[in-house]
Design a protein around this ligand. Structure first.
Ligand code: SF4
Ligand code: SF4
Length: 442
């Protein structure tokens, strides 16, 4: 877009049909404050993203004539005035949002489901949707166009026939076919990163856990695995993948199970066997990192990389979101250090949200955290949660310095830090050039 030209407001009528407004402009939200998107953070809506409404919630727009943000309840359509609702984008993986959708959240009537919500507008010059976001990973493997279910079904049937008694395979078939989990599909396509869910239980109680929610809250998206697979079951699926897949990674704790750290003994044994049987491929462990001694055990078993999840590097915000049971933030910090000290490629899965992640104190704490732990990579994942609920629970008000500025600051202080969104094969832990650079040119 030309400098100074603002995208138009998008809104939806009661039936969910989306329109752009001829005069009102797109606003975004950083934390609890409406802001105008900066030119640098507006990019075309990435392929594979989705647009949906925020039900019964009026959008906020920038009114150029009044030079202020205004809630938009109704809009004239011909001779009728229609009630309108706000519109949001759900970003394709690999992109981090820099602004939330601007709405009058105080009027929201429903608890929004566990999606990540991104500010979206309409560029009238180029006639396309634009979002407030930044690309942080160049890996295109996770593009939805690579996951054709017509090709998947025969592969699922074939593998189930090959290993009829493997309970883990049965679970992963459900994950691939019913939950449309891309990672699970990779196992059957025998390529890239495949998941190894192991844990029915967890010692955190995250506000936005996608695999377990109290019934009065928002429904969780997936049903957790109900058993702990044996090392045999794990190796039966992991070894052919490690040996034969292209760019193979097998990952524990890939998404919507409990936390695999609670099954550390089983995982250590399985990993030892995998590492004895093949040197090919990468074995990765995603976790809340609640027990440093178990992280050390897994390092010794031959794990290649670790990714620790955190919504915040400030203990109070961490506790309000993770609600840890029987462990403390200090133990998470110790786990991160332990993995890095043992020479493992160490990442954090930073569950980001504008207004929290770019809060001045969070940014300062993140710089200290990187310095103290020596992490290699920050995976910037859009936290999937109702933004209003998140701010209320964390007790956050006001806005941050801007997500873009936050990323710039970290990169300036630690040029070696890699931003990303996906796990890496060990051959690509320390790539030169493009993949470590940021911002990524579109
Ligand atoms: S991420 Fe979730 S859906 Fe995917 S394989 Fe793991 S448990 Fe199943
Ligand atoms: S750490 Fe993971 S499994 Fe445990 S409550 Fe949080 S999101 Fe759920």
């Amino acid at each position: 877009m030309k400098p100074g030209v603002l995208p138009r407001l998008l809104y939806a009528d009661e039936r969910g049909t989306i329109f752009d407004h001829p005069e009102l402009c797109m606003a975004g939200m950083n934390g609890t404050e409406a802001v105008l998107p900066e030119g640098v953070e507006l990019i075309p809506l990435p392929e594979g993203s989705r647009i949906f409404t925020i039900p019964d919630t009026p959008p906020l727009a920038w009114d150029q004539r009044r030079r202020s943000f205004v809630p938009v309840d109704t809009i004239r359509h011909g001779r009728k005035r229609v009630r309108v609702q706000a519109v949001s984008a759900f970003m394709a993986p690999g992109y981090v949002r820099t602004l939330l959708p601007a709405c009058d959240y105080s009027r929201k009537k429903v608890h929004l489901p566990l999606w990540s919500y991104t500010a979206v507008g309409w560029d009238p010059e180029r006639e396309r949707f634009v979002v407030a976001a930044s690309r942080v990973d160049v890996n295109d493997n996770w593009n939805p166009c690579n996951y054709d279910d017509r090709k998947l079904d025969p592969l699922v049937r074939k593998m189930l026939a090959e290993f009829p008694h493997n309970r883990l395979l049965e679970q992963l078939a459900r994950c691939a076919v019913d939950y449309h989990c891309f990672a699970a599909k990779n196992l059957f396509f025998r390529r890239w990163e495949a998941p190894l869910p192991t844990s029915p239980t967890c010692n955190s109680r995250c506000l936005g856990c996608i695999s377990l929610q109290p019934s009065e809250c928002c429904p969780s998206n997936h049903e957790r695995i109900g058993f702990v697979p044996t090392p045999e079951e794990l190796c039966q699926l992991a070894l052919p993948h490690l040996n034969e897949a292209s760019d193979p990674i097998v990952s524990y704790g890939q998404g919507c199970e409990g936390d695999p750290i609670l099954q550390a003994e089983t995982i250590a044994e399985a990993t030892r066997r995998m590492k004895t049987a093949t040197s090919r491929g990468t074995v990765n462990f995603n976790s809340n990192g609640s027990f440093p001694d178990r992280v050390r055990l897994l390092c010794d078993a031959g794990m290649d990389s670790f990714r620790f999840s955190l919504n915040s590097v400030q203990e109070e915000f961490y506790n309000r979101y993770y609600r840890p049971v029987g462990y403390s933030f200090a133990q998470v910090l110790e786990s991160v250090k332990a993995a890095k000290e043992r020479g493992k490629f160490t990442m954090i899965n930073y569950l980001v949200s504008p207004g929290v992640t770019d809060g001045p104190e969070e940014v300062a704490a993140l710089l200290r955290f990187i310095d103290a732990t020596g992490i290699d990579m920050i995976q910037l994942r859009n936290l999937s949660i109702d933004p209003d609920f998140y701010h209320t629970q964390l007790r956050v008000r006001g806005k941050g310095i801007g997500m873009y500025l936050m990323m710039e600051k970290v990169k300036k202080s630690f040029p070696r830090i890699q931003y990303g969104y996906f796990n890496r094969t060990k051959e690509n832990f320390y790539p030169e050039g493009l993949e470590t650079s940021w911002p990524i040119k579109l």
